[in-house]
Ligand binder design. Structure first.
Ligand code: ATP
Ligand code: MG
Length: 421
């Protein structure tokens, strides 16, 4: 038997419902905030991620699915969404529209990681990016969108952690402080972090290895070295969140995994997950649009991992209450004439927005009713010769057994079903 590749998942029909629920919640919240969906290729030129994610990151150093196509080009399956959106923003001159440009996406991502709960090699992200606005109001809007999305999913035990990692100006002084701190532990750092010590010492704070993270605990914090502008920006973001009633914790250890962040960074974490507790992460970046060949423009965004959200929902909620998809009505039939009448009636009911079902496997009447029960149909009727000639049948509420007479037309049935809801 051929099995699925390690770190990938099949989403079976029952679980698909949960995906659709999350995706439609995401789309619905984006619409209210004015974030429009963008669809981009599954693979990109490798260089985009090397430059756009940063070559000192875990993603670029260890995790990319990179391959050469038959034309000898180096391509990479998208490990994340931001670099691609920046490319598309530049390539399609979206900066020429009135700014900001507010975009959203739901994409598969590919990272060669050690598969475990909440960590896959193919996973999915819902994310947004806002380009061309550098005000603290933008940070607050982006964070508040993520907050509302998670709230509408009715997740509990979610905490928002925020931090500021400064701008190139204040980062410079800080990086020196950080470098001299880590120099003292040169003998203990992992080989990757030794390299980072030269190129980008802040990355060490994000290292997952036990020793490095222990050493990083007492390292100087960026938040103590912010320049006036970064400090004021951060204060304003916090004030706005408080105004909107969004509570947060300032966590000086959040630096985020990707190289391009500046100023505000944030994560939403869930207490329902073990080690992989971050369900959504994001931040502001400047310099990335320029780095990828565009005119300077600020960006800010986040990405939420859909598989992790599904893990949380499954732990906290009765999944069937989220994904309830039982038929509104099951129409059982006796005889060929009734069956063919029922099919037309069911088609018309479906056309009117009602979920109606019938038997397609030639079951006896008794077996049809058993099947209706299995499907958890809310109502049922039985149509035979008599019902056809009288154009009337008994509509049974499957929950309490109550029966009322109904005419066999779409309008009457529809109004009974709505009353019974
Ligand atoms: P982590 O620290 O957990 O590795 P990250 O910083 O690499 O996360 P981001 O690049 O910020 O993650 O991606 C945003 C979100 O995508 C994460 O918060 C998480 O919910 C999800 N995610 C990231 N990597 C994976 C993965 N391998 N499998 C499933 N979900 C993932
Ligand atoms: Mg990671």
């Amino acid at each position: 038997m051929i099995t699925k590749p390690r770190g990938t998942e099949d989403v079976l029909p029952e679980e698909s419902k949960l995906w659709q629920y999350i995706e439609s919640t995401a789309r619905c919240v984006c619409e209210r905030f004015g974030y429009k969906e963008i669809r981009t290729p599954v693979f990109e030129n490798t260089e985009l991620f090397q430059r756009g994610v940063g070559d000192t990151t875990d993603v670029v150093q260890k995790e990319m699915y990179t391959f050469e196509d038959k034309g000898g080009r180096s391509l990479t399956l998208k490990p994340e969404g931001t670099a691609t959106l920046v490319r598309s923003y530049i390539e399609n001159s979206l900066y020429a529209n009135p700014q900001p440009t507010k975009l959203s996406y739901i994409i598969p991502c590919f990272r060669y990681e050690k598969p475990q709960s909440g960590r896959l090699r193919e996973f999915h992200q819902f994310g947004i990016e806002c380009f061309g606005a550098s005000s603290p109001a933008t940070d607050a809007e982006v964070i508040s969108l993520a907050y509302m999305f998670l709230k509408e999913l009715k997740l509990t035990g979610i905490e928002l952690n925020i931090n500021s990692i400064g701008c190139p100006v204040c980062k410079k002084e800080y990086n020196e402080k950080l470098r001299s701190y880590f120099e003292k532990y040169k003998g203990e750092l992992c080989p990757t972090c030794l390299e980072r010590l030269e190129k980008n010492p802040m990355r060490i704070i994000d290292c997952k290895s036990d020793i490095c993270s222990k050493i990083a605990k007492d390292a100087p914090k960026m938040i103590d070295y912010l320049c006036d502008e970064c400090h004021n920006h951060f204060e304003s973001v916090k004030e706005r969140l408080t105004n909107m009633g969004i509570s947060y914790t300032v966590n000086p250890d959040i630096v985020r995994g990707l190289d391009y962040y500046t100023k505000t960074v944030f994560e939403f974490v869930s207490d329902a997950l073990g080690a992989q507790s971050t369900v959504c992460g994001g931040g502001r970046y400047s310099g990335l649009v320029e780095e990828l060949g565009g005119k300077p423009a600020d960006g800010i965004g986040f990405a939420a991992g859909l598989e992790r959200l599904i893990l949380v929902i499954k732990k906290q909620q009765e999944v069937s209450s989220v994904t309830e998809a039982s038929p509104d009505i099951f129409i059982a039939t006796m005889g060929d004439k009734a069956e063919s009448f029922a099919q037309k009636l069911i088609f018309d009911l479906r056309n009117a927005g009602i979920h109606a079902e019938q038997d397609l496997c030639g079951r006896s009447l008794k077996a049809q009713m058993k099947y209706a029960d299995k499907l958890s149909a809310k109502f049922s009727i039985v149509v035979g010769e008599n019902e056809l000639s009288e154009n009337s049948a008994n509509l049974k509420n499957m929950k309490d057994g109550e029966i009322i007479a109904t005419a066999l037309d779409v309008e009457t049935l529809k109004s009974h079903l709505q009353e019974g809801k």
